[in-house]
Design a binder for this molecule. Structure first.
Ligand SMILES: NC(=O)c1ccc[n+]([C@@H]2O[C@H](COP(=O)([O-])OP(=O)(O)OC[C@H]3O[C@@H](n4cnc5c(N)ncnc54)[C@H](OP(=O)(O)O)[C@@H]3O)[C@@H](O)[C@H]2O)c1
Length: 252
């Protein structure tokens, strides 16, 4: 077994995930670059450089997730760091819409259940599928830790504050999928507490990526930094937290 820590980043072929992969490789980790499109995974792994390996992984496809876990078991025998980064903000049916217009067509009263299901399939059930498949490999590590890439838009506390400027955007599709991811994070942290495996959620901040049509204000380097910081804390770090920047807590 290799001495270097082995990390898997889901959805690492572009955006924040690709930057997380680059940063972890720069810290000397072996990085498995998860990508649903194998060719894009190979290209991303090449961009990350030494220590990076492409891993085909579609979080909505149980067979793909199982095959990825089997490949990690065969090649490395364990997993030390799992970063659940893959997500979608919509199904791409409304590419020309502004965030505000999209929000107005995805309120509880008028949201397409199919749209909501598709986004939750990736952002919530996909995360749980990867968790279940990778847990035996994490348990084979003495240094396992999990980071779930969430979003401040999923905070129930923040969105319950009438003074919060963006609360009109809180809706059942992407924002509530991140609320559900936060709940899964707490459930995972509770389950793994006795084993000493930390599970934390982080928010990248509003980052310029394809997810928001490159309208974000932060760079991918800024977006990646809290996930990387928490991933590198290891077993002595906190568990069951939700943070942005350098450990600034976000209320659930
Ligand atoms: N950008 C922001 O402002 C912001 C703010 C808060 C939180 N976040 C979170 O940050 C994370 C990264 O997002 P991003 O901004 O970097 O967006 P992005 O550039 O759109 O990247 C998303 C990644 O997830 C992958 N993905 C989507 N569905 C997948 C599936 N079924 N299986 C495997 N991979 C899949 C995408 O692959 P393809 O290239 O194949 O589509 C892509 O690599 C997400 O969890 C997002 O919710 C982003």
């Amino acid at each position: 077994m290799p001495d270097k820590l082995i990390a898997l980043v889901t959805g690492a072929n572009q955006g924040i995930g690709l930057q997380i992969a680059k940063d972890l490789a720069a810290h000397g980790l072996i990085v498995l670059v998860g990508a649903r499109d194998p060719a894009r995974g190979v290209a991303a792994a090449q961009a990350v450089g030494a220590g990076a390996h492409a891993l085909q992984l579609d979080v909505t496809d149980a067979a793909s997730v199982a095959a990825a876990a089997e490949q990690v078991r065969r090649e490395f025998g364990r997993l030390d760091v799992l970063i659940q980064n893959a997500a979608i903000s919509n199904t791409g049916l409304r590419p020309a819409m502004s965030v505000a217009d999209y929000a107005s067509t995805t309120r509880p009263s008028n949201v397409s259940i199919a749209e909501m299901r598709a986004v939750w399939d990736t952002n919530v059930f996909g995360v749980l599928t990867v968790y279940q498949a990778m847990l035996p490999l994490l348990r084979a590590s003495t240094q396992a830790r999990i980071v779930n890439v969430s979003s401040g838009v999923g905070s129930l506390t923040v969105n319950s504050d009438r003074a919060f400027h963006y609360r009109a955007i809180f809706g059942p599709v992407y924002p509530a999928s991140k609320t559900a991811l936060n709940a899964l994070t707490v459930a995972m942290a509770v389950e793994l507490e006795a084993e000493g495996i930390p599970v934390n959620a982080v928010s990248p901040g509003f980052t310029r990526t394809a997810l928001n049509g490159f309208s974000g204000t932060e760079t991918v380097e800024e977006g990646a930094r809290e996930a990387v910081r928490v991933a590198l804390l290891g077993r002595d770090g906190p568990t069951g937290g939700f943070t942005r920047w350098e450990g600034e807590t976000i209320p659930w």
